[in-house]
Write a protein of this length. Sequence first.
Length: 507
Amino acid sequence: MKARETWKNRSVFIMAAVGSAIGLGNMWRFPYVAAQNGGGAFLIPYFTALITAGIPIMIIEYGLGRRSQASANVALGAIKKPLRFVGWLSIMAAFGINIYYCIVLAWVINFFIPVFDITSWAVDITSSKIHFFTDILHLSDGPWDFQKIYLPLLIGLFLAWLAIWAIIKSGLGKIGKILLFTVPVPVVLVLILLVRGLTLEGATVGLNYYLSPEWSKLANPQVWLAAYGQIFFSLSVGFGTMIAYSSFMPKNTELPNSAAITSFGNCAFSFLAGFAVFSVLGYFAFITNVPIEQVAQAGPSLAFIVYPAALAQLPLWIKFFAFLFFLTLLLLGIDSAFSLLETVSTALSDKFNFSRTKATTIVALTSFLLGIPLSTGAGLYWLDIIDHFIMNYLITITAIMECIAIGWVMGTKKFTAEINKNAEIRIGFIFSFLVKFLTPLILITTIIISFIREIEKPYEGYPFSAIMVLGVGTLIFLIICALLLSVFKNDYEEEQENGIRLSNGGN
């Protein structure tokens, strides 16, 4: 069995995990979700979700990676062979997510050329919307209206994949050095945007909208479900990424405190980003005399339409702050993208004994080719539908299965004993209760409610054919791939699983 690389130290590992968790969603999703679900009051269900689901599943994935020194498929297959499927399911989720995640990086790349002319194309929200949907995306009339492949988007997609391929194939040593730049720099850039935003007239309008608590919203079950959804979206659990990253840790690495640091670091960045975003949006609402509710939007509309329009209204240094904003988006996206690529390439390497370069090249090239349809006029529609189904169903199902694997198959008593050997914060009864009962129950409830909504009203009013082919079809495709990879016999994979069972007392 080939020797496995390890992180230089625990700090580099935590930096990698934080870099994976902190992504574009921290900038364009959390602030809006918080504002729409009770403002300051939303922090109660949000941190409840973090403690009852986010951190426990993070500990599970860290523990699986450390004990196995292998990817998710091997780590779970070593507990019981049928669980190999759960590992491959999480890996295929990472594979699917990264295909469309990189097209967002292509959008960001395409904003760098016109960013210095922002005062002409972002004079108001209407102009900014035209620039994004027409000049950048060339958005068509629907998911089946492809029009053609747009060369700037295709080039941006290629450059994004080339960058993350070069990072991953270079090995953990090079990755660690890159992380020392790409993780802290976005934090610094957001702080700069925050300081500028707080000095703007009307900033308090946005901050009041962001933080003013609406305690009555805590009685609404949808608010609590939104909190759990945001935690899963933000922490990168259920993708197999944390299992892959923690598999490069030495066996004596501390886990519970590392999981807490990663989780709280991610959430702190989300909270900080909210101040930076809403202070500027408050200024924009103030000078344009538009209600803050009309400019506070989630997703790509916030990052690529509303926020640029707000930046274009700054009294000084417009181009500088616009450049900083898009650089922040690029760095946030790069960290998450190469962690997803690492997840899949590590699994391929562990199954077929491929070299890092070979595995990374195969995954990157395949993903790039599959992502080409997203560079057409229908790309945004495809991204939206596929993302909705993977994030709402596949990731949640994977997390439920991981809880069952640890809570009921392996047993939390054995798992907690392994974790506590080097723990700075020991886990016990509360962790066992969460993993065996509360967390799966909450996640199952989330899936049921999401499914009922899906039946009552098709997602975003898309055609039924698009929902079935792009949404349900993608899930079926990824599940079939996971099933085939899990049942396909491979001596190298079997050897790894048997070795893990022996080294961990037969389970």
